[in-house]
Design a protein around this ligand. Structure first.
Ligand SMILES: [Zn+2]
Length: 324
């Protein structure tokens, strides 16, 4: 398992950047290839085309000899029900092999398709992501978010007519009013609030009566900068005014299509006022408590594991590696 890697990149000076799980997709997303609809249709039929089926948004994964996405050939596509929606182009690998994802949720019994991959099975994407190679979790994120968007946006939001997929899945166009619709990504500000040697973590109502505490977070509003989103969310959830906001890293989160924008945020006050309509608890933790929690040694408190950007925001602050 390879998570939360810190990659050192020498470009004159040493830069530090995080590649979280669900990032690091190595594909060339093939912008030029997407513009030729006929060429895309031929590409799917090429012998070197590789297809990743998803059933109810679960990718086909094989466990042997090692956990990896289970790409299969294109032949099974021609037996799929029409409403399956067709393959979506993900991109080209370094050998120029075209890769596609396809939603086979309309297939009642997917076991026959799973059997096309030796030792293949449809698995929960979140679980699989921690065990497949890092770069494959990035491919999984791209594919899962795109297939979910098509499943949820079949009809034109202007006139209600069923729209059609173009550009390998990067656009839908309405045949009636010609409106174009594009896949959505929902930005989420996620921040570790700190003041001196203590930080804030909270428990949402959904986790009420659990031991789970994490960073504060919330969807960005329209017409809002990241800094403004951070300050608004912290004020809403914890009643704390925020001064300095420092960007740390970001993480695609394909459940269904978020982009987590990770920051550290300096509180200007100690006085927490919990929004009880959203949060079960919000409180201060000392750096020593946080270090214990990172080692699963803080009684009654569990924090997110390395799959989540929250873990890395917390760890960077507690270990003094955050640039704040
Ligand atoms: Zn329309």
């Amino acid at each position: 398992m390879f998570v939360g890697i810190v990659r050192s990149v020498a470009i004159g000076i040493i830069l530090l950047s995080y590649t979280h799980i669900f990032a690091g997709n190595p594909f060339d997303r093939g912008d030029h290839a997407r513009r030729d609809e006929d060429a895309l249709k031929k590409m799917v039929r090429q012998q070197n085309a590789r297809i990743l089926p998803f059933h109810n948004l679960q990718p086909l994964v094989r466990r042997s000899p090692e956990a990896e996405l289970a790409w299969i050939g294109h032949e099974f596509l021609y037996d799929l029900p029409e409403e399956a929606g067709g393959p979506k182009f993900l991109g080209l690998d370094c050998a120029q092999n075209p890769h596609f994802a396809v939603d086979i949720s309309k297939v009642e019994d997917p076991s026959g398709i799973a059997a096309l991959a030796e030792n293949g099975a449809f698995e929960d994407g979140r679980m699989a992501a921690t065990e497949i190679p890092q770069e494959q979790s990035g491919i999984l994120a791209q594919a899962r978010s795109n297939l979910n968007w098509h499943a949820q946006h079949r009809f034109c939001s202007v006139c209600g007519v069923e729209s059609q997929s173009y550009r390998g899945g990067l656009m839908r166009e309405c045949p009636s009013c010609k409106s174009q619709h594009f896949p959505r990504t929902d930005p989420v500000a996620i921040m570790l609030v700190y003041r001196g040697e203590k930080c804030v973590m909270g428990q949402t109502l959904a986790r009420q009566r659990s031991t789970f505490y994490s960073c504060l977070a919330g969807f960005m509003d329209q017409g809002e900068s990241i800094e403004e989103g951070v300050r608004r969310e912290v004020m809403e959830e914890a009643g704390l005014p925020i001064g300095k906001v420092t960007y740390h890293s970001s993480q695609p989160w394909p459940f269904p299509s978020s982009l987590m924008i990770g920051c550290h945020a300096e509180a200007l006050s100690d006085d927490i006022l919990v929004d009880t309509g959203e949060m079960a608890d919000v409180r201060w933790f000392t750096k020593e408590e946080v270090k214990l929690a990172l080692e699963h040694k803080l009684e009654g408190v569990n924090i997110p594991g390395p799959i989540a950007i929250a873990h890395h925001l917390i760890k960077a602050w507690a270990t003094g590696t955050a640039n704040i």
